[in-house]
Ligand binder design. Structure first.
Ligand SMILES: *[C@@H]1O[C@H](CO)[C@@H](O)[C@H](O)[C@H]1NC(C)=O
Ligand SMILES: *[C@@H]1O[C@H](CO)[C@@H](O)[C@H](O)[C@H]1NC(C)=O
Ligand SMILES: *[C@@H]1O[C@H](CO)[C@@H](O)[C@H](O)[C@H]1NC(C)=O
Length: 267
């Protein structure tokens, strides 16, 4: 008599466990199946997420588009410049050769899937889809300051900032950025300042707000992001000297973006 309630309880517990575990297992199987089957339409997602102009450039560059598409299965993180950023950049874009255009577009994605959290804990140089061995470095530098993810190249006087998440589902992430990323392979560096050094130690990455102070204290020991931010007088001088039409366009685009941000914040 005493055994049967106990036995029943055990059976019930077992049944309950099955009830909980079975749906989880089948959900996992279904999720894996869907991810492998349905390839997201990257340009359609970008268009919907405020990057219509960039998506349209990608659609018009078959080489770049197919490289984006074939990168998807291995994981990809794309940074699409907003329509405003692309508009300001168009005169420079039109000046590029077909190869240059494709490389510039491919420079806007890295062959690794990063969640926003993953990006925030990454600092340092990253290869892009445009990277092709040592001869074509096409790398960009991810730098985090507090909660802000920025992307830097020596060809731009200001880093591009990640503004929003357009799409994020393993293995594809798309983030909108407020500037077109300019690889040094296609655009002259703004000054002969060195490329920002890779993050000194991974342990510092999540606390990048404090890093600047650290580096300032350590001085020559750790040049890099902090030093590049300082924009010394000679760097400015060089910049002025080189301030031809493309640079002015870049400045205008940056100023316009800053005004837009200020307006958005005020609203
Ligand atoms: C992706 O979407 C765009 C429209 O946003 C369409 O022109 C294109 O054909 C689609 N590509 C694929 C592979 O479905
Ligand atoms: C385009 O190229 C021409 C010729 O090299 C140059 O004079 C002009 O400044 C360039 N324009 C832009 C916007 O880069
Ligand atoms: C990034 O690219 C620059 C310019 O081509 C190159 O000098 C540098 O060594 C590259 N850095 C890494 C970490 O690949």
């Amino acid at each position: 008599m005493c055994h049967s309630p106990l036995g029943a309880a055990t059976t019930t517990a077992g049944a309950l466990a099955l009830l909980f575990l079975l749906p989880l297992a089948s959900a996992a199987a279904a999720g894996g199946g869907t991810a492998a089957k349905a390839t997201p339409n990257i340009t359609a997602l970008m268009s919907k997420g405020g990057c219509k102009a960039f998506a349209s450039l990608l659609d018009k560059s078959p080489d770049a588009l197919s490289a984006f598409e074939s990168a998807v299965s291995g994981g990809v993180t794309a940074f699409c410049p907003t329509d405003e950023a692309v508009r300001g950049f168009m005169p420079s874009y039109r000046n590029l050769s077909a190869d240059g255009k494709a490389s510039l577009l491919l420079f806007h994605a890295v062959p690794v899937y990063y969640t926003l959290r993953g990006l925030k804990s990454s600092n340092g140089p990253m290869n892009t889809l445009a990277t092709d061995g040592a001869a074509s470095n096409y790398n960009l530098t991810v730098q985090n300051a507090g909660d802000q993810v920025t992307l830097r190249t020596p060809a731009a006087d200001a880093p591009a900032r990640v503004r929003s998440t357009v799409y994020d589902r393993d293995p594809v992430a798309i983030y909108a950025v407020d500037a077109v990323l300019e690889p040094v392979e296609l655009f002259d560096p703004v000054a002969d300042a060195p490329t920002p050094a890779p993050a000194p130690a991974p342990a510092l990455a999540p606390r990048s707000a404090k890093r600047t102070r650290h580096q300032r204290r350590r001085g020559a020991d750790a040049p890099g992001p902090a030093a590049a931010d300082a924009s010394p007088a000679d760097q400015r001088k060089d910049y002025k000297k080189n301030a031809a039409a493309p640079c002015r366009t870049r400045w205008l685009a940056t100023a316009a973006a800053a005004i837009a941000v200020a307006a958005a914040l005020a609203a």
